[in-house]
Write a protein that binds this ligand. Structure first.
Ligand code: ATP
Ligand code: MG
Length: 469
């Protein structure tokens, strides 16, 4: 169905509609009023004068004639009058009620009255010189009469029939039109107003709900007009507020939950240090523990804020073209000490054919270093880590493969969830908080890429991510 796309056009069209309807009403009304009141009275007064005038002229003519019947001159005169006045005219001799002449402008016969009626007309006409009589034919006709005499004193009735009202059907049509227009205006006022105010009411309702804390509440307004667009923006805003709220809630919950354990440990350590009998060596151990806990807490908070910033869209990508070998050199230097300590063999395979990686360098480095650090953590001494860069299906694929302990198949889908650790007790010891892969996933998604994991228990794990070229 035809849909109006904006309130602006709806209002313009409505105003035009009303103007047209009101014009029709005014036209119909004036037509009816003028035709019933003004026009007939002015018009019929004029015709009354006209018929008297015609009567006098015909009478003059008759006075010079010996016989009126069949006289050509009078016949012509009457035909001429009929044409000029656009009416049907007849001349009736009263003594024998015979129509001597008639001229039909409309090709319609003048009603033949009963003798009684005719007598009445004659009586009235004798009194007033000329009379008019409304004909109940339904055609809005009026009959104008005047009396004339010939030189033998025979009396004649000269009649002319005019259409001066709208015919019955036309008047009925005007009344119906008038009524219909008023009805249409009255009936359309409601749906038109409802059409405009309903969505506004829905928005008012929704904004109240949002104000009262129902974040994410959306309005169901599907029209494409201004209010529809406002509703779509409102829904977006509401969803955004929900995300922010959810994020803030999660962040607070995560921080308080994850910091409780290290804080408890720090407290215990500090309480022990206070004990004066503690040897200097032990005291140093406990202090080192405290420092390590604080380091972990700091990195945890930083990770959480990073995740939060990416989630909320506050982070921006500084895209640049990165060379695979440069990236790998930097990463190798970063991990050199741990690699050597664990006697791990590290291999880089460059199959990118000089294709540069278009990405945010700091963020991609964070992803790969998270993956390397996981691989290092879960690979036994003397193990091997291979980092490969190649192009698959028009995308850059980088994978970090180790031959460590692997991840059980049923755990694989969960490892990208925040705070997810396969081996909870062991992860605690190594200080992992389960955020590394969640951060990787967010950063890669931010680059419009994918990340996936393949693993076989006791054989090793490969984490692969793609980046668009
Ligand atoms: N290469 C791997 N080999 C075996 N298990 C892995 C490997 N990479 C990740 N995992 C498992 O997935 C879990 C989640 O990894 P993730 O990097 O998200 O957290 P984490 O390493 O425990 O902590 P964080 O990275 O925040 O310090 C790890 O706890 C580990 O159990
Ligand atoms: Mg990790």
């Amino acid at each position: 169905m035809f849909k109006i796309k904006s309130i602006y056009s709806k209002i313009v069209l409505t105003i035009f509609g009303f103007i047209i309807a009101i014009s029709i009403i005014i036209f119909a009304f004036t037509a009816l009023i003028r035709n019933v009141i003004d026009e007939p009275s002015i018009y019929s007064r004029e015709i009354t004068r006209e018929i008297k005038f015609m009567g006098r002229i015909v009478e003059e003519k008759m006075k010079n004639l010996s016989a009126v019947e069949n006289n050509e001159e009078i016949k012509n005169m009457i035909e001429d009058f009929s044409n000029k006045t656009e009416s049907d005219i007849r001349l009736l001799r009263l003594k024998d009620r015979k129509t001597l002449f008639s001229a039909y402008y409309d090709n319609e016969n003048i009603n033949i009255f009963s003798n009684k009626e005719l007598d009445e007309i004659v009586k009235d006409t004798e009194k007033e010189g000329a009379t008019r009589k409304y004909l109940r034919t339904g055609n809005g006709e009026m009959l104008f009469n005047t009396l004339i005499r010939d030189r033998d004193n025979n009396i004649y009735l000269l009649q002319s029939k005019h259409k001066i009202f709208y015919p019955k059907e036309r008047r009925a049509f005007l009344w119906i039109m008038l009524f219909l227009c008023i009805l249409i205006i009255a009936l359309s006022a409601f749906p038109i107003s409802r059409n405009i105010t309903n969505p506004i009411n829905k928005l008012i309702d929704a904004s109240q709900k949002l104000a009262s804390g129902k974040f994410g509440y959306s309005v169901d307004v599907k029209s494409g007009d201004e209010i529809g667009r406002l509703a779509a923006n409102f829904n977006q805003m509401s969803e955004r507020i929900r995300q922010l709220h959810e994020n803030r809630k999660n962040l607070l919950a995560d921080i308080s939950h994850e910091l409780r354990t290290p804080l408890a440990r720090i407290q215990t350590d500090a309480e022990i240090i206070i004990d004066k009998n503690l040897s200097e060596e032990k005291r140093r151990d406990y202090l080192n523990d405290i420092i390590e806990e604080i380091r972990c807490m700091n990195s945890l908070i930083e990770d959480l804020f990073n995740l939060s910033k990416i989630d909320l869209g506050f982070e921006k990508l500084n895209l640049e073209d990165i060379e695979f070998s440069t990236l790998m050199n930097e990463l190798y230097n970063q991990f050199e000490a741990s690699i050597k300590r664990k006697n791990i063999e590290m291999e880089f395979v460059d199959r990118l054919n000089n294709q540069k990686i278009r990405a945010d360098k700091a963020k991609i480095k964070q992803v790969i270093s998270n993956l390397i650090s996981n691989a290092l953590q879960h690979t036994e001494e003397g193990g091997k880590i291979v980092i490969t860069g190649h192009i698959v299906d028009g995308k850059i694929e980088i994978s970090v493969k180790d031959n460590g302990k692997g991840i059980p198949e049923e755990e694989l889908p969960k490892i990208f969830n925040r705070f997810y650790r396969v081996d909870k007790s062991r992860a605690r010891d190594s200080g992992g908080s389960g955020l590394g892969l969640a951060i990787c996933k967010r950063i890669i998604a931010f680059h419009k890429g994918d990340i996936r994991a393949e693993s076989k228990l006791n054989e090793g794990t490969t984490i692969t991510f793609t980046l668009p070229l």
